[in-house]
Design a protein around this ligand. Structure first.
Ligand code: GTP
Length: 474
């Protein structure tokens, strides 16, 4: 049986994204907003989807998300529960009794995480009681505010410590250039350290790319988070498609992410998606017909990436795709042709295999409007050095304010920040991430690792020490 996955959504962004994610899963599994199967057929007919990884069932016809909703202020969780009344387990949401949020300060969020850590771990343990074979956790959050970043970081550390064998993934939203919160670079670097040290795979989104893509898909400049979050949801839904609509392969987080995480250091993944149709985005224009060949080639087009691509020469380490269509829309010769074209088009690192993994997913039979539709949707997860500019930009923004010791007030009120070490160490960890990604472009990348440590590449449970110059840019 496929293992269960617990979703933890934290802060405004995490809970906003979670609201869209659960709405999408409800539609794909024929579940109403009250958590009950939409038709009575469910009681008698055979289901060939697997709801167990994401939903628990206390009664036959009632599906309850394996989700924890956490925030320091109530508005987004209230909105989520109002949108899906009766859907969530009432004891699985937690809002601080002070109800003020973290004021955009990672330090406040982290301190709240510390103070309430036992409560959160108890919530996780209670959720574990209704699992047979927990596979792992997925955390939804932004890296730039105070709660999703700070409280999220604290919880990530606690989860990695308490459940070291469980697979820990994050869906992490990076801020747009237009953001006005001055301490955002501090929040981002402090969070990135925890993503580097404690997560097994982090899927990165950036609000610049999300904004541009949403405008393009909906053909309007007036966009809101409800819309951009549907793009994130399309990726989440596609990554988990073969877990929820099982086939022969890729039915677990481990089997999916082991194709794109060659070493524990290289676990920051860039998602792409195309085309965004009404299966995923309300009000998106539909297309009549396309092929898996078109989709697989389009997925490597920078304009379909959910992280802004500023690097002209991204070197790829791994590529994993999912193509989803109705019966008969996906042709294996289209896939073979696309793979061989992509292998010539993409520049892989000299040490990496040029295998391009393509998972043929299944379109939900419960989306009635999908019957007879002939289009294919595709999602790509790539691991490449194209992620470096985003991290470098975060470092540059951090250096700019930290060199002047600016805006440190809310941080220095907390014990962790009485000295500057936490900032300096986190900056150093992010520098090492960038250095690792640069080193991975070189031919001898794996040789260095194997020389230093008799490490089995791809084993997530072992620490690999990779040499990095560790330049201190402070
Ligand atoms: P506090 O507000 O300080 O308590 O922390 P928080 O974690 O609740 O903050 P939030 O999640 O609002 O983080 C701010 C960052 O997240 C900014 O970069 C916002 O642009 C971004 N953000 C907030 N909500 C959303 C959302 O629903 N979708 C997306 N894509 N980004 C969001």
């Amino acid at each position: 049986m496929t293992g269960e996955i617990i979703t933890i959504q934290i802060g405004q962004c995490g809970n906003h994204v979670g609201k869209q994610f659960w709405s999408q899963l409800a539609d794909e599994h024929n579940i109403g907003v009250d958590g009950r199967a939409k038709t009575d057929d469910d009681l008698t007919s055979f289901r060939d989807d697997d709801t167990n990884p994401f939903f628990k069932q206390y009664e036959q016809n009632r599906y309850i998300p394996r989700a924890l909703l956490i925030d320091l202020e109530p508005s987004v969780i209230n909105d989520t529960i109002a949108h899906l009344p009766g859907f969530f387990d009432t004891k699985n949401s937690w809002v601080s009794s002070e109800r003020y949020g973290a004021g955009n300060s990672w330090a406040n969020g982290y301190a709240e995480g510390d103070k309430n850590q036992e409560t959160f771990l108890n919530m996780v343990d209670k959720e574990l009681d209704s699992t047979e074979n927990l596979e792992g956790f997925q955390m939804l959050h932004s890296v730039a505010g105070g709660t999703g970043s700070g409280l999220g970081s604290n919880l990530l550390e606690a989860l990695a410590d308490r459940y070291p064998k469980k697979f820990l993934t994050t869906y992490s939203v990076f801020p747009s250039d237009e953001s006005e919160v001055v301490v955002q670079p501090y929040n981002t670097i402090l969070t990135l350290r925890r993503l580097a040290e404690d997560s097994d795979a982090s899927i990165v989104f950036d609000n610049n790319a999300l904004g541009n893509l949403t405008s393009r898909v909906l053909k309007t400049r007036n966009i809101d988070y409800n819309q951009t979050n549907q793009l994130i949801t399309a990726v989440l839904s596609s990554i988990t498609n073969s877990i929820r609509f099982p086939n022969y392969m890729y039915t677990s987080l481990q089997s999916i992410f082991s194709t794109v995480v060659p070493t524990p250091e290289l676990h920051f993944l860039t998602p792409a998606f195309t085309p965004f149709t009404s299966d995923y985005i309300k009000d998106a224009r539909d297309i009549k017909q396309n092929t898996a060949y078109d989709v697989l080639l389009d997925l490597v087009d920078d304009s379909n990436s959910l992280v802004s691509q500023t690097s002209t020469k991204a070197i790829y380490f791994n590529v994993y795709n999912t193509v989803i269509g109705s019966n008969d829309t996906i042709n294996s010769s289209d896939i073979t042709r696309a793979i061989s074209k992509l292998q010539r088009r993409i520049q892989f690192a000299p040490w990496s295999s040029t295998v391009i993994h393509v998972n043929v997913g299944r379109r939900s039979p419960y989306l009635a409007h999908n019957v007879d539709r002939k289009h294919v949707n595709g999602m790509a997860l790539t691991n490449s050095s194209g992620i470096i500019p985003l991290f470098q930009k975060s470092c540059n923004q951090f250096d700019k304010i930290f060199s002047k010791k600016a805006f440190l007030n809310t941080f220095q009120q907390k014990d962790l920040f009485k000295e500057y070490d936490e900032f300096i160490d986190s900056r150093e960890v992010v520098r090492n991430v960038i250095d690792n990604y640069s080193a991975a472009e070189e031919k001898n990348y794996l040789d260095d690792i194997l020389l230093e440590d008799d490490n089995v590449v791809g084993d997530f449970n072992q620490d690999v020490e990779v040499d990095a110059d560790g330049d201190n840019y402070m």
